[in-house]
Design a protein around this ligand. Structure first.
Ligand SMILES: *Cc1c(COP(=O)(O)O)cnc(C)c1O
Length: 382
């Protein structure tokens, strides 16, 4: 049975990326590897829309989150953490692990962060050193209004640190224009690569903090990384094979054009939302992201069974809910190497799963909605 992956990371790989990784090993101190790192650096600057030097790390996204915290602070620093879901909560857990004083902003899961709340908290506490937020909260399918948040944090000395692990390539994001101090992302989501590399973009105000940070670090030391980066190297062995894949993926994004990549994700998200609504299902996210669509499991349905039917019987892997949302929602990702026909196939299989479980809907209603929005709008957009 052909397996189809509709999870918000890891995501499917293009053939170009798979082929780029099938080659003999090069040594990480050879010029070939320096050249590779330089090309990846430029490609990442394009997707992040920045001139900042980007630190390339060998770890999954959480490693880059931890590295950022370890490099930006002194013990006991006060930070504001927006918790809209599991990944926002992860920022708080990392900050606590490093002995920072965390002021949480708790948002009910499924809702977006109100930028005015951040403004109020910053005004109330001028000692806050950084604001930690999540661009696309993958656990709930919510996208936060980054642009509005940037405007608020800009007028305050606090740094804005953004988890864009699933938001990169799917949501609009302009590091330099919007003055985002720190961006964190990873390879296995919108970038259509295997897991293994993550990266951090820091602007000059963020580098100033790095130079005065006294938290313990060794492998994660950004200053050390920056020194090596001047020679297009990394202090320790990078994930060379994944770097080859990443270079190929960045080429694909460049060819399609970043704007078109984001527009495609927006279109796929519209298709998915229209389809599930036509199937008498309810959307979970109040400000839905382009990367994935979170859907409430109807109260009489067993959400875990639905995932088993889709995955084991129909070969289509869709993500379930995490933590308190387990069994209550499912999450259909349309992130990375995904097009209109992929979403249509996911909806076809979802209809079949829903039929098996006795859900009431008009057969083909989801498909019709998706097809209309997908194929016709693709024509309009191009
Ligand atoms: C996937 C993801 C991460 C990182 O998870 P890893 O498994 O460590 O790569 C962080 N934040 C968000 C929003 C994510 O979607």
């Amino acid at each position: 049975m052909k397996k189809r992956l509709f999870t918000p990371g890891p995501t499917p790989l293009p053939e170009e990326v798979i082929r780029a990784m099938m080659q003999p090993m090069v040594h990480h101190r050879w010029p070939a590897c320096a050249h590779l790192l330089q090309q990846v650096q430029q490609g990442l600057q394009y997707v992040l829309q920045t001139h900042n030097e980007i630190m390339i790390l060998t770890c999954s996204g959480t490693g880059a989150m931890e590295a950022s915290v370890a490099n930006l602070h002194r013990p006991g620093d006060r930070v504001l953490v927006a918790q809209c879901g599991k990944f926002g909560k992860r920022w708080a857990l990392i900050c606590q692990a490093y002995g920072l004083q965390v002021t949480p902003i708790d948002i009910p899961w499924g809702e977006a962060l109100d930028p005015q709340l951040v403004a109020q908290r910053l005004e109330a506490d001028p000692n806050i050193k950084a604001v930690y937020i999540t661009l696309c909260e993958t656990s709930t399918g919510v996208a936060n209004d980054l642009r509005a948040l940037c405007e608020i944090v800009r007028s305050h000395p606090a740094l804005l640190v953004v988890d864009a692990v699933s938001g990169l390539c799917s949501e609009e994001l302009f590091t330099d224009r919007w003055q985002v101090d720190v961006f964190v992302s990873a390879t296995q989501k919108g970038l259509m690569c295997p897991p293994g590399i993550s990266f951090v973009s820091l602007n000059e105000p963020a580098w100033e903090r790095v130079s005065s940070s006294t938290l313990p670090k060794f492998y994660w030391d950004f200053q050390q990384m920056r020194k090596y980066s001047e020679e297009n190297q990394t202090p320790y062995t990078p994930a060379i094979t994944t770097l080859y894949g990443l270079k190929a993926a960045l080429n694909l994004i460049h060819q399609e054009g970043l704007e078109n990549v984001i527009r495609r994700h927006a279109r796929l998200a519209r298709m998915a939302r229209a389809a599930v609504t036509a199937l008498n299902l309810e959307l979970f996210a109040q400000r839905p992201a382009n990367a994935l669509t979170a859907v409430r499991v109807p109260s009489k349905m067993d959400g875990i069974e639905l995932l088993h039917i889709l995955g084991d019987r129909l070969g289509t892997v869709v993500a379930g809910g995490q933590s308190q949302l387990k069994g209550k929602i499912f999450r259909l990702a349309h992130l990375g190497y995904v097009d209109e026909l992929d979403v249509i196939s996911a909806i076809a299989i979802l209809e079949e799963g829903l039929r098996i479980l006795g859900h009431k809907f008009t057969a083909g209603a989801g498909l019709q909605a998706a097809q209309h929005l997908g194929l016709e709008q693709r024509e309009d957009d191009s």
